[in-house]
Write a protein that binds this ligand. Sequence first.
Ligand code: B12
Ligand code: SF4
Length: 501
Amino acid sequence: MTLWLPDAFRVAPSLEGIRCTSKPQPKTALLINPFYPKDPHASFGKHVLTPSLALTSVAATTPADWEVAYWDENLLLGPPPTDPLPEVVGITVHLTFAERAYDLARFYRKQGAKVVLGGLHVMSCPDECSPHGDAIVIGDGVQVWGKLLGDVSDGTLQAVYHGDFRKPYRDDPSPRRDLLPDKNYLTTASLIATRGCHSRCDFCYLSTDNLHMPYQTRDVKQIVREFEATEQPYGVFTDNNLGSRKDYLRELCVGLRSIEKIWSAAVSLDVTDEPSLVREMALAGCTGVFVGFESLQNDNIVGARKRSPATDDYAHRVKIFHDNGIQVNGSFVFGFDHDDASVFARTVDWIEANRLECATFHILTPYPGTPLFTQMQADNRLLHTDWSKYDTAQVVFRPKRMTAEELMRGYQWCYEHLFSHASIWRRRPTDVRSVLPYLAMSYLYKRSNRIWYQVIRHQMTAIAWRPLVEWTRRRHLRFRKRLLQRVATVNSPGNVVSAGV
Ligand code: B12
Ligand code: SF4
């Protein structure tokens, strides 16, 4: 089935014919999040749910005598600004949009700006990225951005800067969320409290060669202050795994409880080792979790070296979240070596049986620099290294127990099936009071890509969504009161905001 994908979500804005008449304006910097093509199987709403913190974090260390601006090409606002021409253009680079980042770099360098490249792809493939920028930053940009701009002013810009993720994370300033176009996102309260993860799955970017990212936490009071300052009812924790240190998560929940906002976060399933912690999360405003289940087969989990409860315990763990009114957005990966063509129907059946409110599917993707990539390369299983296709929606390697075509078709079938009316209905919450909000979420968020396109294009995201989010927050506050009073049985409140990125 061919799904609807408008050009604006398929191709980046053209840079052809844009000429800049002014010279680079000294001490001005522009930070760009490049365009990437959208997967029509998933909700377009996902891309305006909440911004990445990469550039706002870096922006926070801009020297006081510099001006800094932010541009996200995925907001469909046209080509990035050139008037006045910034002295420095900083671009974040991921493998899926590396080519677009290089196009932007070429364009701005031609106009006379200095281009700095940073981000995950620079970390894993510095040699590839280096020729495209005047400087590259490997690792933490927060550590080096201020110095780098000083070097530009002094005429001593270096080709390579290194930012060490082992430096104390607590010392980082708050991200510059004030630079974000507030009306274009569902929430600008992207939050981050921790860095790293207690696990190191073979396929995860955290396992990239030479990446040393110990698990670190930020000051709870600072996180709470930042969340409050956003004046947004709903926040999204962008942490890789907010649940790696349960004592810290508990402390964070105590801090968040008083501000009466709602939030979602990615956590590993082992937070449910302590059901009382899950309850604390709910009482602190957690309405949804994004959980990397990855696979329902233990041999795949062990093969990927993921620390996880046994798969036959997954259902029980999901129930712990549901019992505390927390929606579960499950993430599943297809194409592991023990997966055959039966994996798709089995996974969808399980999702329905356990009434997961939402799920995201990914085709196994070996990111460069990870053990998975090294292994696939050694086994000659990679089909190509066209990074633009390494977006977890396309098959880039030879699977073991099915063909690449079967894997692709199975992945598409799962999305089509999950967003069908029948599946949405089958996964409705058991509590009748929650059915309507659940249906609203499923239809408005997941089945309304044509509406999302119009909403995004006309910069209506905040206006259209925030009243619904505020309604959810109020429902959640009422639910919290009941949860506090309750001893054993809990009814889920249902939410209309997504259960995580
Ligand atoms: C928010 C988010 C999103 C948002 C916004 C994405 C966007 N590009 O605008 C949404 C929901 C839309 C999204 C979608 C997807 N995402 Co996403 N996302 C994230 C998430 C949760 C948080 C990003 C963040 O804020 N990080 C915190 C910042 C501070 O860290 P950072 O980005 O590494 O930046 C630091 C350095 O790298 C460096 N730096 C970065 N940029 C720059 C630029 C300059 C100039 C300098 C000097 C330094 C610098 O300094 C920063 C401060 O230390 C991350 C997980 C994570 N915790 O990072 C996944 C993550 C980035 N996403 C990922 C993926 C796979 C996707 C999808 C492909 C998933 C899918 N199939 O739909 C899509 C496609 C989007 C795309 N092509 O980019 C992967 C990327 C893996 C990889 N190796 O590339 C990650 C790492 C998740 C994971 N654990 O696998 N995503
Ligand atoms: S649990 Fe998640 S964040 Fe942690 S290493 Fe595995 S995939 Fe990465």
